[in-house]
Design a protein. Sequence first.
Length: 121
Amino acid sequence: MSAKTRGSLIREVRIARGYSHEQMSALLNISQQTYSIIEGDVVLNPRRNVLKKISEILDIPFETLLLGTTWSGDQLSEAAQSVARAYEELTPEGKVEIMATIFRLQRARSGVNRERYTSET
């Protein structure tokens, strides 16, 4: 079985569930053009909140859409368990550093500019 792209998986499941592009874009509160871009794999990293809504509407595991792979549930469970075990083995300081790094990466990815939130004193 060949691996599907995120967009082709979404399209296949959407059609199987009987949803149209118009219905999906309305349910997601995005334009039809934006939805077509997601389904066409033009955007490689759609917003997480949109992927979450797609996963809920189409009943696709969120992790599958987030990772952009068609891993089986067993593979996802094994990967999640491995990450959880590694996290639990960290020291409290290590856990704080991991969370701080994730936060910095999310801010950098979203284009949040720290200066906008710094008050002038």
